[in-house]
Design a protein around this ligand. Structure first.
Ligand SMILES: C[S@@+](CC[C@H](N)C(=O)[O-])C[C@H]1O[C@@H](n2cnc3c(N)ncnc32)[C@H](O)[C@@H]1O
Length: 260
């Protein structure tokens, strides 16, 4: 899978995407991440990429021309060099913006099925709206707060999506984790069995795989009820809860019809 990230601050990406699992995914050729400096596409003497907003007001706006040139150049370069199967597909051109669709595990899963994403990082007051009207295919927010720039948001998307690319992690760990099946994950423990007088739950050292699975599922349900009750109704509506799940939740006072 390919990520092309367009930014005014490429150095911000050194580190977060060049360590650990994402680094290994890149080394294994499962993921390619290229960061492009939008300023390289500015044509005036001062390499200007922003200007004052029409209508007045605070801050600066990222100019359309360098950004459009950067997007066109990346698409042209990649289309010429990528293998046929990828080249025939248009990339998703995603703008990171606080007024976009809220990023979630479901969106990450959907985007991980794409072969190629272009992520556009805004800065200052954001980008000229005409870029959004003409070149952006999707606008994504990582939460209801405002960052100084889209760079951290692009890193969040890249990390969350890249780890879902087949082969990057083992399949089991992705299936069972928080949000992947509409629930939060169960708690984890590792050696030593007793730490600071706290024991590992005995079921986990019992060797009964079926009982361990049942305990974990119940922990997922209990935690989700305690921490994110909103998720349970959604999981039920999506048919993700089994009759056993619903029976267990009933013992905790939750039922599909009655909100707690
Ligand atoms: C200071 S923000 C601009 C905020 C914009 N004036 C507004 O009120 O919606 C600068 C840039 O940071 C990025 N950004 C800020 N918050 C974000 C969020 N929650 N999710 C994704 N990108 C965000 C966007 O790329 C945005 O263009």
């Amino acid at each position: 899978m390919r990520f092309d990230i367009l930014t005014l601050f490429p150095a911000m990406f050194d580190g977060p995407l060049t360590e650990s699992i994402i680094k290994r995914a890149c080394q294994a050729g499962l993921v390619t991440i290229d960061v492009h400096n939008i300023r390289d596409y500015a044509t005036d003497r001062h390499r200007t990429t922003d200007d004052a907003p029409y209508g007045g007001g605070a801050g600066m706006v990222m100019k359309a021309e360098p950004l459009a040139a950067a997007i066109h150049a990346v698409i042209a370069a990649r289309t010429a060099t990528l293998p046929d199967a990828t080249a025939t597909q248009e990339p998703h051109v995603i703008l990171l913006t606080p007024d976009g669709e809220l990023f979630s595990q479901a969106v990450a899963q959907e985007l991980a099925r794409q072969p190629w994403l272009i992520l556009v990082c805004g800065h200052y007051e954001g980008v000229d709206e005409r870029i959004r009207e003409t070149l952006i295919t999707r606008a994504v927010s990582i939460g209801d707060y405002v960052l100084t720039g889209g760079e951290l948001a692009a890193m969040v998307l890249t990390d969350a999506i890249a780890r879902l690319v087949p082969g990057v992690l083992d399949a089991e760990s992705i299936v069972e984790e928080s949000h992947s099946d509409g629930l939060l994950e169960y708690p984890h423990y590792t050696r030593p069995a007793v730490w600071e007088q706290l024991n590992v739950p005995p079921i986990l050292v019992s060797g009964h795989h079926g009982e361990v699975a049942r305990w974990r599922r119940q922990q997922q349900l209990q935690r989700t009820l305690q921490r994110r009750p909103d998720m349970l109704a959604t999981a039920a509506a999506r048919g993700l809860l089994t009759p056993d799940d619903l029976a267990f939740l009933k013992t905790l006072g939750w039922s599909i019809d009655a909100k707690i």
